[in-house]
Design a protein. Structure first.
Length: 230
């Protein structure tokens, strides 16, 4: 195929296919260059990017956009997730490694507006499970925290010691009452996330913070506004 013909072929593909190829290429080169600096669109000042940019794609299950969460109500206005571009790069590296063994990530939560964080704190008031906004303004509020679990090729969750947002001792990383398979999967998830720059949170096996998270700014941008700012 000539170079000219190859270029014609590239530009005749759908926009989604081109975007997918573009982000896959970025992930392959290890996200050495910040994601958005290569895009034609200007980089939003908040640096929050849609979870869709993570390649290979993760499986979202956004319980906070439904009533199926500990608050009993939909605290997210839309079923979409965003995260800081640095966390998106790290998550792409995790996905690449997991893909080699037929696994991937399901993502429950990422960026959370500060006002939603406050609402959750008012309901739980237990720092093992929800950050106190009065102290550190939260972790998810910076777009550098993710709540994740492992899935197989068919999207089925691997057994873990507890369900997501199980606010009991079963959520703790040191909980030993789980089966050996559950403990193995919990460790597998922790190891791959740590290898690519995340810090495990002791009280919740599903929660990870990007290293240096404290230095990232806190946002209270509503999710709907992020859709418009893309
Ligand atoms: Zn979390």
């Amino acid at each position: 195929m000539t170079f000219f013909k190859a270029m014609l072929d590239f530009f005749s593909r759908s926009r989604n296919a081109r975007l997918s190829a573009f982000f896959t290429l970025l992930a392959l080169i290890g996200c050495v260059t910040p994601l958005l600096s290569l895009r034609a669109e200007p980089t939003p000042s908040h640096n929050l990017v849609s979870l869709d940019v993570v390649q290979p794609p993760v499986l979202p299950e956004i319980r906070y956009a439904t009533r199926h969460n500990f608050t009993g109500e939909a605290v997210y206005s839309i079923p979409r997730l965003w995260l800081h571009k640095d966390a998106a790069c790290a998550l792409s590296r995790v996905q690449h490694e997991l893909q080699k063994s037929g696994l991937g990530l399901k993502v429950y939560d990422a960026y959370r507006p500060l006002s939603v964080q406050q609402k959750m704190w008012d309901l739980i008031r237990d720092e093992r499970y929800v950050s106190n906004p009065a102290k550190n303004k939260g972790r998810h509020t910076r777009g550098t925290a993710v709540d994740v679990t492992l899935i197989d090729k068919k999207g089925r969750e691997l057994p873990m010691p507890s369900d997501y947002d199980d606010f009991t001792e079963r959520a703790n990383r040191k909980y030993q009452g789980a089966t050996s398979e559950e403990k193995h999967n919990r460790q597998l998830l922790e190891d791959v996330m740590v290898r690519h720059g995340f810090l495990p949170f002791p009280d919740e096996w599903w929660h990870f913070d990007l290293k240096g998270w404290e230095k990232y700014p806190v946002f209270d941008i509503p999710l709907k506004s992020l859709v418009r700012s893309r």
